[in-house]
Design a protein around this ligand. Structure first.
Ligand code: HEC
Ligand code: HEC
Length: 301
């Protein structure tokens, strides 16, 4: 049992020998030692600098005083300050100033989609395109105006709602209340078909209907049938219909009247939410292909 040099590898043996097998002395390679030392030093350094060891009810806090909880609290406070900043802008700034600010408009589109989905989509559709009984917010002549100020007011007071300042939209029941006879209603409906499609305007019924329209309908819908923002009466010559353009639907409207109801949002949504939604709805219309003139067309009426 002596340390000797192995003739094959040229290395020393450890001196241990088992049944004639001798163990070569091959130490752990230097890089491994080096790595071990560095990681150990790193550990000790980390324990000293950062929170590391639990001590029953407390822990070693480390020389740097780093605290994840304080980090998170600061980040949350920062986010709240940021939010307070932009909600205040939506509450108070001019619509034009908001529209000129791309950062606010990006917030508006994202937050607006959620607010609209939660509060409006059940009636107006997820994309605002409307459906039977509910107007499209994207296309056609707006009932009460498409400028953000006008939309914000519609949201505040509602239409035929319980709000004391509600917008009022009353389409009388011409048949049920005996104002017009069935044949007269059919004539005025024929006149409406002629408004939408000039090829039908010369039909005898439509010609007879023109006079009935002037006497009974023009006061609200306008002499040309293009609707009026004072009465909330829809444009009867555009391509959009609240209640459908089928002959039966139009006849029903004139016979039974219509009073669509849109709730007031004054008590349900904050001012900044209503103003943000007004911009969102205006933006839906602006993005609709070919209707960039939506509000311009409205303002000439
Ligand atoms: C309970 C159903 C209902 C809900 C919910 C609803 N609306 Fe309406 N909204 C209506 C109806 C019905 C009308 C049309 C009233 C009429 O026929 O005169 C209308 C009309 C409007 C108008 C007027 C359109 C124009 O052309 O002037 C706007 C703007 C509008 N809604 C936006 C919204 C927004 C934004 C929300 C969500 C905050 C919303 N609505 C939620 C039913 C609803
Ligand atoms: C007092 C005002 C008023 C008078 C008069 C009036 N309308 Fe209306 N009309 C309205 C209003 C407001 C609406 C929208 C009702 C609603 O959706 O809340 C409407 C809706 C309609 C609609 C449904 C349009 C759509 O998009 O589905 C038709 C059709 C219509 N009116 C035809 C007539 C005809 C025809 C006459 C005359 C015989 C007439 N109206 C007279 C106020 C009036």
């Amino acid at each position: 049992m002596a340390i000797e040099r192995d003739p094959v590898t040229g290395r020393l043996t450890t001196g241990h020998e088992w049944n004639g097998i001798k163990e070569l002395d091959t130490p752990v390679p230097r890089p491994v030692y080096f790595f071990l030392v560095v990681t150990t030093l790193f550990c000790i350094g980390y324990w000293l600098l950062m929170p590391a060891w639990p001590l029953g009810t407390t822990f070693t806090r480390g020389l740097l005083g780093a605290d994840e909880r304080a980090h998170v609290t600061a980040a949350v406070a920062e986010a709240a300050r940021d939010r307070a900043g932009w909600t205040a802008r939506f509450e108070r700034a001019d619509f034009a100033a908001i529209q000129a600010d791309p950062r606010l408009m990006a917030i508006m589109r994202e937050t607006g989609r959620t607010l609209f989905g939660d509060n409006c989509a059940m009636c107006h559709g997820r994309d605002g395109a409307g459906g039977p009984g509910f107007p499209s917010l994207r296309r056609g002549t707006p009932l009460w105006g498409a400028a953000p100020e006008e939309i914000a007011e519609t949201l505040r007071v509602g239409i035929n709602s319980t709000h004391p300042e509600s917008r009022v939209a009353q389409m009388p029941a011409f048949g049920r209340d005996g104002i017009l006879k069935r044949a007269e209603i059919e004539a005025v409906a024929a006149y409406l078909r002629g408004l939408a499609d000039p090829r039908l305007a010369a039909a005898p019924d439509a010609v007879a209907g023109a006079e009935l329209f002037a006497g009974n309908c023009a006061a609200c819908h306008g002499a040309d049938g293009r609707g009026s923002r004072e009465t909330g009466a829809p444009d009867l010559a555009d391509e959009t219909w609240i209640y459908g353009d089928g002959a039966q639907a139009v006849f029903n409207t004139i016979w039974n009247g219509r009073q669509g109801q849109m709730p007031s949002w004054e008590a349900r949504l904050a001012l900044w939410e209503r103003r943000l939604l007004a911009l969102y709805v205006a933006d839906l219309r602006a993005q609709e292909p070919g209707s960039a003139q939506g509000s311009a067309q409205g303002s000439t009426r």
